[in-house]
Ligand binder design. Structure first.
Ligand SMILES: [Fe+2]
Length: 199
């Protein structure tokens, strides 16, 4: 932009947070897998309830609380907690279908294993379509309809559960394993007497 007086307000954005978590001591060797549409999914849908993933769960909760209370500034009267949690395994040549996470408020992805620079990127895609289609000279945070993140072990992405996403084709020899989980809220959601909700 050439005009120094321009200010841009990315109002009502979809807030996606990227952070790093400590995976040391996390053993993925005992996960049991089933076929998903285009890759594999763990048999368990509550992997973070298992004792061997206690530390991983704590790391995930720290990230979620940083988003919920730290970034979004939600009152401590509302607690956010993990509901479902599962692993995804994408092998060479595979993808993960486009989807979103119903019955959840925030969702997250943690890259557990895999090679960087071999594809398997996560793309977030808007579900909102404008009527006019323009060619743009450069993609940025304001004009993009999808946003792609390259996987790196230990990286955690947190996003509103309604945001659609998919995994691009993966070309690494080491399987790309990610953790996904959903969340919900409890406590007092709002103190305003017309909107107050205790759950
Ligand atoms: Fe997902």
């Amino acid at each position: 932009m050439n005009n120094e007086n321009l200010e841009v307000y990315p109002l009502f954005a979809k807030t996606i947070v990227r952070t790093q978590i400590d995976l040391e001591g996390t053993d993925l060797s005992k996960i049991e897998w089933s076929q998903n549409y285009q890759n594999e999914i763990s048999n368990s849908q509550n992997v973070l309830d298992e004792p061997n993933f206690t530390k991983l769960r704590k790391e995930c909760m720290k990230g979620i609380n940083d988003y919920f209370h730290g970034v979004m500034k939600v009152s401590e009267d509302t607690e956010i907690y993990i509901t479902e949690s599962w692993f995804n395994k994408t092998s060479k040549g595979q993808t993960h279908h486009r989807h979103w996470h119903p019955n959840s408020t925030l969702s997250a992805i943690v890259y557990m294993s895999g090679e960087t620079g071999k594809g398997g990127n996560t793309s977030f895609i808007t579900s909102h379509y404008d009527t006019l289609e323009f060619d743009v000279t450069e993609g940025n945070l304001w004009n993009s309809r999808s946003w792609t993140v390259e996987p790196a072990v230990g990286t955690m992405l947190i996003f509103p559960s309604s945001v659609e996403h998919l995994v691009q084709p993966y070309d690494g020899d080491e399987p790309r394993i990610s953790l996904s989980f959903n969340t919900f809220v409890r406590g007092t959601l709002c103190q305003n007497k017309l909107m107050r909700l205790e759950v």
